[in-house]
Design a protein around this ligand. Structure first.
Ligand SMILES: Cc1ncc(C[n+]2csc(CCOP(=O)(O)OP(=O)(O)O)c2C)c(N)n1
Ligand SMILES: [Mg+2]
Length: 594
């Protein structure tokens, strides 16, 4: 054809311009923005999902996210939701969870989630936007000193002052977050740095430089002499007991723990966050210890002559009155963090190292042992004092709901809880079969954690059934994340144990403050089913015991998000209980002191 139309000519010119630009970028000057540097580095660190919320000082990052391939961004409805979601994601995958927020209020909204992750040693990288470098310190719009504010609740944090440092900083942040004792790391990136340009090859070179962290080198091995001493103590002990904490799960040492236990026939008590490290139904599992632990666990601690404390930190909810904790016992303490050794309880044999590595060596050195009188004794306690509650035909008991969920899922779901009585009932009545299936805010006790953390867990493990067990109080702290479930069609099951109270506080007021129920009444609450519907989710109300089994079975393992509002007996208490400040073997049960 001799003559081209005007439009066709124009298209031709535009295509040519694009082609030239492409060639120029590829072979001569392929520059990328700081925001792009961030995303490229995250991708190289294996990040596939980010939880976040945009704002003025991260717009350049969101601009790059717009068409960036390989990273999926989930818009939560509050930054707190983003940090808890990153936490839930990390706990079930073992990967580093990533959250992103703008400067000022966006950044400060992340803090509760960062602190929660810090207290429970969860690997997380939190990225925040900051005002531009020339405005820092001038009270610019939405400026906050987030590195200063988060100093006590992060393992490390960074304010990026030069784009050339960014690839190294991100790489370091991931390394620090996931190695040694895991924890959250925050990276604060001023907006001008996000917009500055860098040559792609230069980025590549900077990223590939070897990490040099001189003052940080976690010890994984465990000292051979200490391990030998530990084995000697274990071989001589008459009444040994293992206390398994979150460290067992974080170092993925469950199978080594089980091998060790089966070789030596030593019983195991677990901390709240250690649940799942050995199946609850294992004959040598005594269940949880501590304030709401089993009688068998707490009695065993009192009677033991050797405690093998593994990846746990003698938290006060575990020990009760510290001076009277394990009074007749020698202690072997295995932990990756040297700062934990002797912090609360002085061990006879400290071993600083990774639980998995240490156990591999211990298994070789300990003698095989048959079940003996000690195992008989703890089994007798187990049988004599099982977890029990009074059943009812007229009202649903909260413990019954958890037992039912355990039965329906076969103990194989991922269970995420909020904080309160329902959390403790879940720990007591759900039979955890395997590690990385229980997320709960142990150290911080953060109400509002459950729903967003479950959302993150489901994104991390889409093939698993994820159930959030929450209270009628806690759900109201982060209920906006129901919208995130609906928006991204994340099929989490949210089970509200609705007792119309801030139940755990009410329990303390009943038992220790003369029944003076002060500000714990939640009778005036939203209609949760209508709330679910307002968020475009299915809501199911269960009020009668006879409907519980059917309605749970029909809706618990389907592939859609569902919210259950389950009316449970209002004034049920979590028992047994070690009253605050009492020795851990002094427990109260249904009929007073045990
Ligand atoms: C953010 C936050 N605020 C306050 C508390 C104190 N607290 C612990 S448990 C609890 C009551 C929780 O009530 P609900 O969510 O209904 O759960 P329930 O105990 O009734 O199962 C409160 C207020 C907390 N742990 N976290
Ligand atoms: Mg409640």
């Amino acid at each position: 054809m001799l003559f081209m139309g005007k439009d066709t000519k124009l298209k031709g010119v535009i295509s040519l311009a694009f082609l030239i630009d492409g060639v120029r970028r590829k072979y001569f000057m392929n520059t990328i923005t700081g925001a792009r540097v961030l995303l490229e580095t995250l991708k190289r660190e294996g990040v596939t999902d980010i939880f976040g919320y945009p704002g003025g000082k991260v717009i350049p990052i969101y601009n790059e996210l717009y068409d960036f391939k390989g990273i999926h961004h989930i818009l939560t409805r509050h930054e707190q939701g983003a940090s808890h979601a990153a936490d839930g994601y990390a706990r079930v995958t073992g990967k580093v969870g990533v959250c992103l927020a703008t400067s000022g209020p966006g950044a400060t909204n992340l803090i509760t989630g960062i602190m929660t992750a810090y207290m429970d040693s969860v690997p997380m990288v939190a990225i925040t936007g900051q005002v531009s470098t020339d405005q820092i310190g001038k009270d610019a719009f939405q400026e906050s000193d987030i590195t200063g504010i988060t100093m006590p609740v992060t393992k490390h944090n960074y304010l990026v002052k030069n784009l050339r440092d960014l690839p190294r900083i991100i790489k370091e942040a991931f390394y620090i977050a996931k190695t040694g004792r895991p924890g959250p790391v925050l990276i604060d990136i001023p907006s001008d740095i996000q917009g500055q340009k860098m040559d792609f090859n230069e980025f590549d070179r900077l990223y590939n430089q070897e990490l040099k962290l001189e003052s940080y080198s976690p010890n994984y091995e465990g000292h051979p002499k200490q391990i030998k001493m530990a084995a000697k103590l274990i071989n001589c002990a008459k009444r040994p007991l293992i206390l398994a904490g979150a460290g067992v799960i974080k170092s993925r040492a469950s199978s080594e723990l089980i091998e060790f236990v089966e070789k030596t026939n030593i019983p195991v008590a677990m901390t709240l966050l250690g649940l799942g490290s050995i199946p609850s139904t294992h004959e040598l599992s005594l269940g949880m210890l501590g304030m709401h632990g089993t009688v068998a666990s707490n009695y065993a601690v009192y009677e033991a002559d050797l405690l093998i404390a593994v990846g746990m930190r003698f938290d006060d909810r575990v020990t009760g009155k510290l001076q009277e904790f394990a009074p007749n016992s020698k202690i072997i303490h295995i932990d990756i963090d040297p700062a934990e050794i002797g912090k609360n309880k002085k061990p006879d044999v400290p071993i600083v190292g990774d639980v998995k590595e240490v156990f591999k060596k211990l298994i070789e050195k300990v003698r095989e042992k048959e079940k003996d009188e000690w195992v008989e004794q703890v089994t007798q306690w187990k049988n004599e004092y099982p977890m029990t509650y009074e059943k009812s035909d007229v009202e649903i008991k909260p413990q019954q709901v958890i037992e039912k969920i355990s039965e329906i899922t076969g103990g194989n779901a991922i269970i995420v809880t909020d904080v309160g009585q329902h959390q403790m009932w879940t720990a007591q009545y759900y039979n955890f079969n395997r590690p990385e299936t229980f997320c709960s805010s142990g150290g911080a006790g953060t109400m509002g954690y459950g729903l967003p953390a479950a959302l993150g867990a489901k994104v991390g493990k889409p093939e698993e059934t994820v159930i959030a067990v929450v209270g009628d109080g806690g759900i109201q702290m982060t209920s906006q994340e129901l919208m995130t479930l609906a928006h991204f069609n994340i099929p989490v099951k949210v089970v509200i144990l609705n007792n119309s109270y801030l139940g755990m506080v009410r329990q303390w007021q009943e038992l220790f403050f003369d029944n003076r129920y002060s500000s714990v009444d939640l009778e005036i609450s939203p209609d949760f089913v209508k709330l679910a519907e307002a968020y475009k989710l299915k809501g199911v109300r269960i009020e009668k015991p006879e409907d519980l089994d059917r309605l749970l079975r029909e809706n618990l393992t389907t592939n859609e998000p569902v919210l259950f509002d389950i009316k449970v007996s209002k004034e049920e208490n979590v028992l047994p209980m070690v009253p605050l400040g009492k020795a851990s073997h002094v427990m109260i049960g249904k009929k007073g002191e045990l």
